[in-house]
Design a protein around this ligand. Structure first.
Ligand code: NAD
Ligand code: MG
Length: 394
């Protein structure tokens, strides 16, 4: 029986993980569930899944949870960053699902890595901002990193068993990442200014949290995934091709030097990569409906129009620049997306703010966590200052 901690248990990935785990009670036990502020949802999942620990973002929300659950549940309630890192690294834990959204997920995910756990990585932002350091820590502590992001899990499944970096020696010539293009792949460009948060979070194929849904609409998500793939598989950005594939059935592909291209297919449901990552190298049921290719009928592929998705070339450029450029890109995007979701800026301003931040903030060599976090903070400050100035002008 493996003991699992889910970081970000109240989110979209957290819920899908709980769903898969609950159908295999003989294989997985829940050590800890964590959340930021969603007390109601945490109370609900504690009652139904009975984890040993529940960790909330602060003392206030922990006290509220304590009050709701009172004596109805034996779960021990904790709070704060130190407890978050403790439940990610405790010696009783075997598997950690890293499903907190954003840069804030880096430290608890690193705590799991440094404790040598099997880390199921959904939190792509941590790899984008600190990829080099993160991968070095994986190697140093003998942790096992299994990608959950559907594209990277697809690539993982299409690579030779037990892949490591140095894919060229294994005959791999290219990685093909697919992306649906989000809800606005056919919207006339003149209408982009008027896109509302509600429209942006309504993804045609996937049901996801708000931040990644906006990232999918701008295709910054594919840019972050390009960087994620480079770090995970030890390849260069020039070896990654991005294809629009509107059906979201092929989750990504690997091309080999003998002409073979291996694809992983399935219905667009995160429970498949989650089940794969939990059980690898075994397979377990995920609850996902079998794929009916006759029903799908057709698989389409198109080139990505970078005028429509300016965030994508910005991410590629940040990887080329290296150092803390990727942390700066990620931080600027997080602040911009949050402001868009709160109706403070237009959809089209997200890419403009990220571009301005990359131009304005000099990057450094990403040699330590301190440098990376300092540049992340500088980028956030810069975007916030720009917003204050533009508010003052209007
Ligand atoms: P979500 O918004 O639905 O959930 C986020 C979770 O993070 C919640 O449990 C929330 O409580 C927690 N959280 C947020 N801020 C926090 C903080 N300050 N401290 C502690 N916890 C905090 O997000 P999601 O869609 O589940 O995505 C989670 C991660 O997985 C993201 O990095 C996303 O890019 C990645 N991912 C998601 C999907 C998907 O289908 N949803 C697919 C691929 C990758
Ligand atoms: Mg993805």
């Amino acid at each position: 029986m493996k003991q699992v901690t889910i970081l970000g248990a109240t989110g979209s990935i957290g819920s899908s993980t709980l769903d898969v785990i609950s159908s295999h009670p003989d294989k997985y036990g829940l050590y800890a569930l964590t959340a930021n502020k969603n007390v109601e949802q945490m109370a609900k999942i504690c009652r139904s899944h009975r984890p040993r620990y529940a960790v909330m973002g602060d003392q206030q929300t922990a006290a509220q949870l304590e009050k709701i659950l009172s004596s109805s549940c034996a779960t021990k309630i904790l709070s704060g960053a130190a407890e978050l890192e403790r439940v990610a690294s405790d010696s009783e834990v075997d598997i950690v699902m890293a499903a907190i959204v954003g840069a804030i997920g880096l430290m608890p995910t690193l705590a799991a890595v440094r404790a040598g756990k099997r880390v199921l990585l959904a939190n792509k932002e941590s790899l984008v901002m600190a990829g080099s350091l993160f991968m070095a820590e994986i190697a140093r502590h003998g942790a096992e990193l299994i990608p959950v992001d559907s594209e990277h899990n697809a690539v993982f499944q299409c690579l030779p068993m037990g892949f490591s970096t140095g894919l060229n020696e294994k005959g791999v010539t290219k990685i093909l990442l697919t992306g649906s293009g989000g809800p606005f792949r056919e919207l006339p460009l003149v209408d982009f200014e008027l896109i509302t948060p509600q429209q942006a979070v309504a993804h045609p194929n996937w049901d996801m949290g708000p931040k990644i849904s906006v990232d999918s609409a701008t295709m910054m998500n594919k840019g972050l995934e390009l960087i994620e793939a480079c770090w995970l598989f030890g390849i260069d950005e020039a070896d990654v091709e991005i294809l629009l594939h509107k059906q979201s059935i092929i989750h990504s592909m690997v091309a080999y030097n003998d002409g073979s291209v291996l694809a992983q297919m399935g219905n667009p449901d995160m429970r498949t990569p989650i089940a794969n990552a939990l059980a690898w190298p075994q397979r377990i049921t995920s609850g996902v409906e079998p794929l009916d290719l006759l029903q799908v009928g057709q698989l389409d592929f198109q080139v990505v129009d970078e005028n429509r998705y300016p965030c994508l070339p910005l991410a590629r450029e940040a990887f080329r620049q290296g150092g803390t450029s990727m942390a700066i890109l990620n931080a600027a995007n997080e602040v911009a997306v949050e402001n868009f979701l709160n109706h403070r800026i237009k959809f089209t301003e997200i890419a403009k703010l990220v571009e301005a931040t990359l131009l304005h903030i000099d990057s450094n060599s990403a040699k330590s966590l301190e440098v990376i976090l300092a540049d992340d903070a500088r980028a956030r400050n810069y975007v916030n200052q720009q917003l204050v100035q533009s508010n003052a002008r209007n």
